[in-house]
Design a protein around this ligand. Structure first.
Ligand code: ZN
Length: 223
């Protein structure tokens, strides 16, 4: 058994998405994002999707039990050698539900990877982002500025800040993140599953650390 059953944790702007992309390529792991998963089921009109749609249309949260069933289906279909789960769990209750459901299928989590970054770094990274209105090309006022301020290098269209990236919004997203995720970090730490990575480092360096950690985990499993 050398599955890599992983969940990803981390604040917005710490590079979780970038690392997920790399891990997907490095290890051939399917990426399971719960937002995408819900949209897919809704779009396909699957039984689970129709059930979820009823809650979403009423403005209610989709119950955990339904989300976990979607995740398990997806794992069953694509995750024979492991998976990268992003966006779930978001609470200790959900973490328990996931652990139980996995156990029923004879599997367990290998690790919870936390790509961490302090609030100051996150605010600087996100609030400096600019996007062109025409094609969505991305820039950063400090780290990847366009040749001419406020103008896209590739198509000359105007660069704007997305609402999600405004400092007030970023601060709010961070507060929500801390409130919800801090208990989860403790939860996985207590179970010896948490692996912490410094997301303020460059993407290559973080990727190197994660790969080394996963190689070690696989090795330990074989011993
Ligand atoms: Zn552009």
């Amino acid at each position: 058994m050398s599955e890599l059953n992983l969940i990803l944790l981390g604040p917005p702007g710490a590079g979780k998405g970038t690392q997920a992309e790399r891990l997907k390529d490095d290890f051939g792991l399917p990426y399971i994002g719960t937002g995408e998963l819900l949209r897919k089921h809704k779009h396909d009109g699957s039984e689970l999707g129709r059930e979820a749609a009823r809650y979403m249309d009423d403005g209610d949260l989709v119950p955990d039990e339904l989300v976990v069933r979607m995740i398990l289906d997806e794992i069953d279909e694509r995750g024979r050698d492991g998976f990268l789960l992003d966006g779930y769990p978001r609470s200790v209750e959900q973490a328990d539900a996931l652990a139980e459901a996995l156990e029923e299928t004879g599997r367990e989590l290998t690790a919870a990877l936390l790509i961490d970054a302090d609030d100051e770094t996150v605010i600087q990274r996100l609030s400096g982002r600019r996007q062109c209105v025409k094609s969505g090309h991305l820039y950063h006022v400090l780290f990847d500025p366009p040749k001419h301020e406020g103008v896209c290098d590739q198509d000359g269209s105007r660069l704007v800040q997305r609402d999600d990236d405004r400092p007030e919004t970023v601060k709010k997203r961070l507060n929500t993140y801390h409130e919800k995720t801090a208990p989860l970090v403790d939860y996985y730490d207590e179970r010896g599953l948490l692996r912490r990575f410094d997301g303020t480092r460059g993407a290559d360096e973080v990727n190197g650390h994660i790969r080394a950690t996963l190689a070690m985990l696989k090795l330990e499993e074989r011993l």
